[in-house]
Design a protein around this ligand. Structure first.
Ligand code: UDP
Length: 319
């Protein structure tokens, strides 16, 4: 098969490219290097089955050319990271809404199946025990940039489902829950690379808010098993799937575990949300996926626990 990965030089995209190449497929990527990097793809750049286009997904001529010669499109290009989205609200909205709109229209023109990456952010402040794909979404005020990001990814989902229903285009949607692992940058605000870096440098480990908020972290390899399983499923198109892990941890406990596993002498400090992000910032108290649907469709079963994830990430940053 020939795959096109948008955002293929990013954290998730570069790992997916490697995995697909490893299974003998051809992989084209397009990336504007806004948050991705050439370093991420340095290990595969010389592969004969790999091609890289440094350009924007907003460029219709380039995208038409790439989509026309591919069998399956994986659309990962998006504004990522809560901090990045707050610092670049307009870019985030434009990339997510206009970019995904263009990708879908071109996939439809050439009738190419597409996987759309969405996010657990779309659930917003709904903090029920295990979030199901058809649960309500609870978003705060439009003054808060984070909810603009959540809304833009929800628009991506609406667009994808509309193309499936009206145009019979094969669109599969995955909602990622805090995917982590090697190559994830600390630059865009994600908590694990930030805390690991802080711990290794002996800098204060910053816990935002009261640290009681909980997250479920998913190792990149597990997430990709989910993505590949969905791409190979004949019944997945037209559906939305949670992709994650169900083990919950509070952020203050996470800080403690990172400090211990990294043998760090860093202090753990608490930083108010307003100082870390922006005035009026709202966080979600917890965000845990129900994985019943993806298990049923693909047999998905995440294998990596938190200590394993942290150890691998610490090793990566040490190297
Ligand atoms: N967080 C933190 N310290 C940091 C970075 C993030 O305590 O240095 C918190 C953040 O406020 C959130 C959690 O860690 O409650 C996860 O943040 P991340 O940005 O990784 O993902 P998301 O908020 O999208 O779940």
């Amino acid at each position: 098969m020939k795959y096109l990965i948008t955002g293929g030089a990013g954290f998730i995209g570069s790992h997916l490219a490697e995995k697909l190449l490893g299974s003998g497929h051809d992989v084209n990527i397009i990336d504007d290097l806004s948050t991705g990097s050439l370093e991420n793809i340095s290990g595969i750049r010389n592969s004969k089955k790999f091609h890289c286009t440094i350009n924007s997904i907003m460029n219709p001529d380039v995208m038409e050319d790439l989509v026309a010669k591919t069998d399956y499109v994986v659309h990962l290009a998006a504004a990522v990271g809560v901090k990045y989205v707050i610092d670049n609200p307009l870019l985030a909205l434009e990339t997510n809404i206009n970019g995904t709109g263009l990708v879908l229209s071109i996939c439809n023109k050439f009738k190419k199946p597409v996987f759309i990456a969405s996010t657990s952010e779309v659930y917003g402040k709904n903090d029920k025990d295990a979030l199901k794909e058809d649960d309500d979404r609870l978003l705060g005020s439009t003054h808060i940039s984070r909810w603009g990001y959540a809304a833009s990814k929800a628009v991506d989902e609406f667009l994808g489902l509309a193309y499936f229903r009206e145009k019979k285009l094969d669109v599969t949607i995955g909602r990622f829950f805090n995917i982590v692992g090697p190559r994830q940058s600390a630059r865009y605000g994600m908590v694990i690379p930030r805390m690991v870096k802080q711990a290794l440098l002996g800098n204060p480990i910053t816990v935002y808010g009261d640290g009681k908020q909980k997250r479920c972290f998913t190792y990149i390899d597990d997430a990709l098993e989910g993505v590949v399983g969905l791409m190979n499923s004949e019944t997945a198109p037209g559906e939305i799937f949670n992709i994650g892990n169900t083990a919950e941890v509070t952020i203050e406990e996470l800080a403690g575990r990172i400090k211990k596993l990294a043998n760090s002498r860093s202090k753990i400090v608490y930083v108010p949300y307003e100082k870390a992000y922006e005035k009026g910032f709202e966080d979600m108290k917890r965000r845990k996926p129900d994985l019943g649907k993806i298990k049923k469709f693909t047999g998905y079963h995440p294998k990596h626990g938190l200590n394993d994830i942290l150890t691998k990430t610490i090793e990566y940053f040490e190297a």
